[in-house]
Ligand binder design. Structure first.
Ligand code: PLP
Length: 372
């Protein structure tokens, strides 16, 4: 069968036919029609976080990590000091890129099964006055933990520290309100909960810090301030834009708005999540996280305890039944992950659970029950 498999991965993810069809045209990067699409996308993105009065949004070519790196380099002065709240793989990536950008970087480690803590952050900020910025991940896609954005933002505000939020896997699905949550930069991308295709990120920058960002980035291509100034002046991207990605995102946002925006998206993903958890429990699988700290974005499951289990074979068997799973990203325990996001609903998730059941049968495994 040449039908596309359903992607149960946190980006790229399954997109609608309408979004895919938007990519069948060629656009000139200088052309007024394409510039109008870019402007519309930027207006829509700002509206999603209610940031019209307080923030600007700057799109950037590349995968999401490019935009995280650009945000750190643009927002943090070269002699700044960043504290990363670490509860997983994407936090560790943020810390690494911060160090590589030449910024002094400290990490506070929380372990990957629990949220980061605003009260621990408060103590850290009291103990070390040299910290200028905090980096947090809203939904840690590594294990799937939801981190307390509001509490961390309030703590940073109380101490007068900058906050950079990686909201890559939450933006569009979980509520984020720039009017009540103070952040200097918040980063997301086209190919996650907005259900566009991968290829561009975007960063919300607080207007109050914009001017101070000039010249801070040591990179030409990743300088968000320069990208912003040029885009405001010309309506164009500084360098070749990912035209097909931009028009697909515009189409994906139109569907997002028609569906009912963020609340509707969260409702659908929550239904996907519940269907997944219930179905997998019927097969004996156990989620890694306490449901109280779990975001309805991606679920980490313990691997089955059966000695015949092996991820690659399991992956291939599920793929043969039409579904693409995602490997685990934890170092201590054997796990795999299943995404709840993309242009899919509970019906597809039921089918995915059935595909997992068939995959276990193919491998001669009676139950998904873990060894522990
Ligand atoms: C997807 C994701 C990113 C970006 O990853 P890329 O591979 O660069 O697209 C960054 N942070 C989080 C939390 C993510 O889920």
């Amino acid at each position: 069968m040449d039908r596309d498999k359903i992607l149960l991965t946190p980006g790229p993810l399954t997109t609608s036919l309408r979004t895919k069809l938007a990519m069948l045209r060629d656009w000139g990067s200088w052309d007024a029609e394409f510039n109008a699409v870019t402007a519309q996308v930027r207006r829509s993105l700002l509206a999603i976080v209610h940031g019209e009065d307080t923030h600007v949004v700057v799109p950037l070519q590349g995968s999401g990590t490019f935009s995280v790196e650009a945000a750190v380099a643009t927002v943090v002065p070269r002699d700044g000091h960043v504290l990363v709240l670490d509860n997983g793989a994407y936090c560790k990536r943020a810390a690494r890129l911060t160090s590589l950008m030449g910024r002094r970087c400290a990490v506070v480690d929380f372990g990957d099964h629990e949220p980061v803590s605003a009260s621990v952050l408060d103590e850290q900020l009291k103990a070390d006055a040299s910290i200028t910025h905090v980096v947090m991940i809203h939904c840690e896609t590594g294990a799937g933990v939801l981190n307390p954005l509001q509490a961390v933002a309030d703590t940073c505000a109380a101490h007068g520290k900058g906050l950079i939020v990686d909201a890559m896997s939450s933006f569009g699905a979980l509520p984020i309100d720039a009017r009540t949550t103070r952040f200097d930069a918040l980063v997301a991308a086209s190919g996650k909960c907005l259900e566009g295709v991968p290829g561009m990120g975007f960063v919300f920058l607080r207007k109050a810090i914009l001017d101070s960002c000039a010249g801070q980035s040591q990179s030409l291509a990743m300088d968000l301030h320069d990208q912003y100034v040029y885009m405001e002046k010309t309506g164009q991207w500084r360098f070749t834009p990912p035209t097909h990605v931009v028009v697909a995102l515009a189409e994906a946002i139109a569907q997002f708005e028609a569906e009912g925006g963020q609340p509707a998206r969260l409702a659908r993903y929550t239904a996907n999540y519940r269907t997944l958890i219930d179905g997998m429990a019927r097969l004996g699988f156990m989620p890694f996280l306490d449901p109280a700290v779990q975001a309805p974005i991606i679920v980490t499951f313990h691997a089955p305890g059966d000695p015949r289990y092996e991820f690659k074979a399991f992956y291939n068997a599920a793929k043969a039944h039409g579904f693409i799973l995602y490997p685990g990203k934890l170092t201590q325990v054997e796990t795999f992950r299943v995404g709840c996001i993309g242009a899919i609903g509970p019906g597809e998730i039921e089918q995915a659970v059935h595909a997992v059941e068939l995959a276990l049968q193919d491998m001669g495994i009676a139950s998904g029950e873990p060894a522990i």
